[in-house]
Design a protein around this ligand. Sequence first.
Ligand SMILES: NC(=O)c1ccc[n+]([C@@H]2O[C@H](COP(=O)([O-])OP(=O)(O)OC[C@H]3O[C@@H](n4cnc5c(N)ncnc54)[C@H](OP(=O)(O)O)[C@@H]3O)[C@@H](O)[C@H]2O)c1
Length: 252
Amino acid sequence: MGDKFKDKVVIVTGGSRGLGRAISVGFAREGAQVVVASRKIAACQEVVALIEKAGGIGMAHAAHMGEVADLDALIAAAYERFGRVDVLVNNAGINVALGPLSEITTTAFDKMVDVNLKGAWYLASRLAPRMGEHGGGCVINMLSVAALCTPAYSGIYAATKAALKALTEVMAQEWAPWNIRVNALAPGSYHSDLTDGAIAALPHYGEGMVTAALIPRIAETEEILNPVFYLASEAFTTGITLVADGGLMAKR
Ligand SMILES: NC(=O)c1ccc[n+]([C@@H]2O[C@H](COP(=O)([O-])OP(=O)(O)OC[C@H]3O[C@@H](n4cnc5c(N)ncnc54)[C@H](OP(=O)(O)O)[C@@H]3O)[C@@H](O)[C@H]2O)c1
């Protein structure tokens, strides 16, 4: 166990699987008290069990990012248990709108906006004033390099992430007076259910991911942890998008 984030309280949305799971376990390993949130409570409890087995402190909470009442309840539960929240990692994200724009349904569009954009905005914006009351904190919004390179056939995903990038910059400006730093992280491809599902849906997708980057492979979630830790540290950094893409943007 380390102590980089000793006694900090961290909420990780989408904390039950993929990158969110690595982030939850990683923060706990560094001494943080972690609220693991996603829709499925059993999956969150599994991560908390892992955390507790390693001697850490965690709490599982079920919340759908598209349901604002769930997000209010998530904030209330975190404050009830820990009395403060220092770091929000707005990590939950979906891509249920893969394919040509002309074929995307309005149902898929609305779901993407609800989970990737509205939920992230709502949770951060209701939490921020409370963070401000106890001296500040930090928010990390999970984007994707798709927000920067806007690839074909992933347009709605790219649009929701690009919009979240814009909101990150506005949040940073509006909440700096409350001592809240707000940054975004734009990972390239790493192995997760989301990536592996996309590869299965679009046969050449995985091959393209590998050849697109200077480091020609799909990363593991653990390789995205240090960038998250940097943004959660007391660094003199706010309003930026940190890219962790194996050189994908540099190769373009
Ligand atoms: N995978 C990549 O290569 C990649 C690259 C760049 C950026 N990203 C971004 O990184 C983040 C994490 O992606 P990932 O690939 O690690 O995801 P993942 O493995 O697909 O896991 C998604 C997580 O989000 C939760 N989730 C899904 N829908 C939700 C909803 N409506 N409300 C609340 N929680 C929900 C899931 O748990 P439940 O099912 O229990 O809700 C799960 O914990 C996303 O924002 C994604 O866009 C991923």
